[in-house]
Design a protein around this ligand. Structure first.
Ligand SMILES: [Zn+2]
Length: 433
């Protein structure tokens, strides 16, 4: 553990610390004389307890765009030592700024994440996240140095070169997206380098992944490789908002002495019942250049109950279940396409392509999943796959989903750009036809 005093702090002490930090943050923000902060905090009173947070306004992604590039700063630009940006699918990117203190916190939470995944100062860490405006590469890089381990800033691309470098440098840890970690493992196997690379652990984030993919990554690297999830977003700080510990994979500790988490109903903004699925909202308690109050991440998760065997006392959240904007409401039940995808992708008989059709012709909409086999099978075997997927979906999302299993290549592919997975059906023509 990198900072045992703070990471195992008693819950009551943590709550007091969070309240103090919130109070100090508010006091400072109320003195910032810019249009954004004057509007945001108009009519807001003071509080120095976490209970008082609920009376504060939310912050939305759109506000970053509206104030582009520096309208949300709370310090003079002279005090900013770095900016990152997240790419927007349209229009301007989102700019995020850091003071020297913010950079230090950024390094600290990444060091804590790496340590939770099994890293220590003896490690040689191969960083295959992109370096640049994206926060992944530099975020993990500073974390590795903060921990006192050795950083190899490989950045993205060129897997053939990367696996040779990993063997030559003696890499013991890997920071990469889960999909790239799998590509590197497959290339290493094909090149006969798997035995020469001695990875013990990996830290994998920046894209959504499932337990099925974790198993694949861990098996591909072999031995006792631990693949841990790391969560973050540039509007908060970058990677290192929350991270899995290797003792208890399947949930992520939120570094809540810096980032206070809430889970709310995405429609009403009210807190959900304990352990229910909702939208993650984060307040940055210690950020100085560009703090946010109650930022709506649009990421859906739930708090996990119970103490963690690793000894960390911070709350854990479930792996991100999807985006609030993607939610479907089917017969009164909230369904996320990501949840359905996870179930479909865990079935080894299926290929990687699928589609979800929302049939709106009946009074109450119905859900249909179209999938394809990874290799040809008899009609009997095909029906068996459909039957087990229906049962699995019913068990998980408590909705009857009509599953249609076709031969390999039967689900139409998106030719350009991001794959379209969800289709609406309002008349008798097939939206996939
Ligand atoms: Zn833990």
């Amino acid at each position: 553990m990198y900072l045992p005093d703070i990471e195992t702090i008693a819950r009551d002490d943590l709550r007091r610390l969070q309240g103090d930090r919130l109070g100090r943050l508010l006091e400072r923000l109320q003195g910032v004389d810019t249009p954004f902060w004057r509007d945001k905090l108009a009519g807001v009173g003071h509080t120095n307890t976490i209970e008082g947070l609920a009376s504060l306004p939310f912050t939305e992604k759109q506000e970053f765009r509206d104030t582009f590039p520096y309208g949300m700063l709370t310090v003079p630009l002279d005090d900013v030592v770095r900016v990152h940006a997240s790419s927007g699918t349209s229009g301007k990117p989102t700019i995020v700024a850091y003071t020297a203190e913010d950079v230090k916190v950024f390094a600290e939470v990444n060091a804590r994440s790496l340590s939770a995944a099994g890293a220590d100062r003896s490690d040689i860490v191969h960083i295959a996240y992109g370096y640049g405006l994206f926060t992944g590469g530099l975020g993990l890089h500073y974390g590795v140095e903060e921990l006192g381990a050795t950083a190899v800033p490989a950045s993205g691309g060129n897997p053939g070169f990367q696996i040779e470098l990993m063997a030559d440098t003696g890499a013991t840890g890997l920071a990469a997206t889960p999909s790239f970690a799998l590509i590197l493992a497959e290339r290493a196997r094909d090149a006969g380098l798997l035995d020469a690379i001695r990875l013990r652990w990996g830290i994998h984030g920046a894209e959504s992944w499932s337990e099925g993919l974790r198993q694949k990554v861990e098996e591909a690297w072999g031995g006792d490789y631990d693949a841990c999830d790391i969560y973050g977003l540039s509007e908060i700080i970058g990677p290192g908002v929350a991270s899995e510990c290797r003792e208890n994979k399947g949930g992520l500790h939120v570094f809540e002495d810096h980032f206070y988490p809430e889970v709310v109903d995405p429609e009403t903004g009210e807190p959900v019942a304990a352990g229910e699925l909702g939208e993650l909202v984060i307040t940055t308690l210690t950020k100085t250049a560009q703090p946010v109050i109650r930022y709506r991440t649009r990421d859906m998760t739930r708090f996990l109950p119970g103490d963690c065997p690793c000894g960390r006392t911070s709350r854990r959240i479930a792996r991100i279940q999807g985006r609030a904007d993607d939610m479907l409401i089917i017969r009164g039940i909230n369904v996320y396409p990501r949840t359905i995808e996870t179930i479909l992708m865990e079935d080894s008989a299926l290929g990687n392509n699928y589609a979800i059709v929302v049939d709106r012709r009946p009074t109450l909409p119905e859900l249909e999943a179209r999938v394809e086999l990874s290799s040809p099978a008899s009609a009997e075997d095909t029906e068996a796959v459909a039957t087990r997927l229906r049962a699995r979906l019913m068990e998980t999302i408590r909705l009857r989903v009509e599953v249609k299993v076709g031969p390999p290549g039967s689900v139409p592919r998106t030719e350009l750009g991001k794959a379209k997975r969800v289709f609406e059906r309002t008349d008798d023509t097939d939206p996939l036809g």
